[in-house]
Design a protein around this ligand. Structure first.
Ligand code: GRF
Length: 189
């Protein structure tokens, strides 16, 4: 049984979906949730689902071994970023080569990079007049949203689409695909 750590900064609906998905498998489990945000709703979800969680400061993340120690304690094999807003530092990428994946709520390489998260992305997509959007699951490297793509799925943008309605479609795609894609990656480890 492999051990997954989820990093999340906000609501954590994808984190919850991953936790419940892997509970039904024998292949892996979500062993710990880590957050940079003490107020993040993902921490309430983790508590309700009885998954250990921990938070860390910017200084601890970038200038200490706090996070590595947590990952070691839970014998983590794989890291999943699910709405995590900070850039992953080089020490973490070297410790988990090709074992950190992220989900982005647009079709990268469009609408990626610093500041492109959450509703900012959906607003930019709707304002662009694009006819489609989607999700990208990708490996994490040292820049925002630029590691190689593992999987994309698309949805149509209809006339009258709003950032809110698009966000709903994107979340549906995320819930439908993210756990299955992560499971496949872990099966191939
Ligand atoms: C998702 O749309 C994901 O693509 C992006 O952040 C959002 C997180 O949503 N990286 P939630 O916290 O899982 O509800």
């Amino acid at each position: 049984m492999k051990s997954i750590a989820i990093f999340a900064s906000g609501s954590g609906s994808n984190a919850e979906n991953l936790i419940t998905h892997f509970r039904k498998t024998q292949i892996a489990k979500v062993s710990v949730v880590l957050s940079n945000n003490k107020e993040a709703f993902v921490l309430d979800r983790a508590k309700r689902l009885e998954v250990p969680s921990t938070t860390f400061s910017r200084n601890e993340f970038y200038h200490s071994e706090t996070v590595l120690d947590v990952l070691e304690k839970y014998e983590i094999d794989y890291i999943v970023l699910a709405g995590f807003l900070w850039l992953i530092p080089p020490y973490l990428i070297s410790a988990f080569p090709n074992r950190i994946v992220n989900i982005h709520p647009a079709l990268l390489p469009k609408y990626g990079g610093k500041g492109m998260f959450g509703d900012n992305v959906h607003k930019a997509v709707v304002e662009s007049g694009d006819k489609e959007s989607g999700i990208t699951i990708h490996y994490v490297n040292e820049q925002y949203d630029s590691g190689s793509t593992i999987f994309q799925a698309k949805c149509e943008i209809v006339s009258g689409e709003t950032p809110e309605s698009l966000a709903g479609k994107i979340h549906d795609l995320e819930y439908a695909h993210f756990p299955a894609v992560v499971e496949k990656l872990i099966r191939n480890l």
